[in-house]
Design a protein around this ligand. Sequence first.
Ligand code: M6R
Length: 366
Amino acid sequence: EKGGYDHFMLKEIFEQPQTIFDCLRGRLDAEQGHVVLSGIQKYATQISEAHRIIIIACGTSWHAGLLAEYIIEELCRIPVEVEYASEFRYRNPIVHKGDVIMAISQSGETADTLVAIEKAKEQGAIILGIVNVVGSSIARLSHTGVYTHAGPEIGVASTKAFTAQLAVIMMIALVIGKEKGTLSHDKYLQLIRELAEVPEKVKLILQQNDSIKALAEKYKDATDALYLGRGYNFPIALEGALKLKEISYIHAEGYPAAEMKHGPIALVTETLPVVFVATKDSYHEKVISNMQEIKARKGKIIAIITEGDLVSPTLADDVVILPPADEIIAPLLSTIPMQLLAYHIGVAKGYDVDKPRNLAKSVTVE
Ligand code: M6R
């Protein structure tokens, strides 16, 4: 049942070329140059005319939501707020009729997310579910939605469900951006082409499994770790830190790279690994200067970079090199090495990576 892999988590990480492909299949057509999401198209007018979108989720799904904010605001020019479901449900939030609420959930059963959308629905919001489990409570409560089609996820740490959420979010932004006219036709076509190339690129990244395992051996005894990224890679830094915490019990924090100067930089010593999500994008030069700041304080830098980047390797102790991609698509790639790093560190430390202590696959109580 683990398909020859030692753990479900590793199996699910390796399934991603297929699960991302399955998620895009029948929706994204690179040859014809269009994206069809019937659940979104049905509500296309309401969504593109919405004054704002509120995204509600927990944990890893919340990280997908944070990336959605960056992508939807850029491509669709609709204001987006991202809320932790547990906060939203208890704080008497302002919801107007016609607001679009996007609920993101792998299981579709997370109690806080479910109750939060129930309340928003009563207040007249349109509920759009991005859910993996077909027919789950959140899927049933939503007015419309898009399934992530990642297949059953057994490992407690979310991996393939997260990348499928990202793929869905990117497709939604393409459909709405096109509908609204905020996304040029050229950019629309370019992003479609690039999304279609993701499964093959993920395969290439997975071929680096052995070298990432070697990195895990090198850093497994760290007591703390910092994950830094900017822009589209900031949510990925948060997700990388969460994966490490869950699986290896190493204390890890994700931060926007520039925020580290406002506090966390005090933690940097020669024993602190700092993972930079530093793929080539419009923030890259800024990220490089953040790397220099860490290096000056002797932190150990592991940088996830794009092929052809000649500067980062001069600053980093270790690099993982990814194939090039548009900055909007790149998070689908940069998240893969972080999943593998957390996995191998957890295994090297002898932990049960499929069932980390204190965690349940879905949190159905608040
Ligand atoms: O099923 P959901 O996506 O609603 O679950 C949300 C979180 O409980 C979940 O992402 C959790 O953070 C995972 N353990 C992350 O690996």
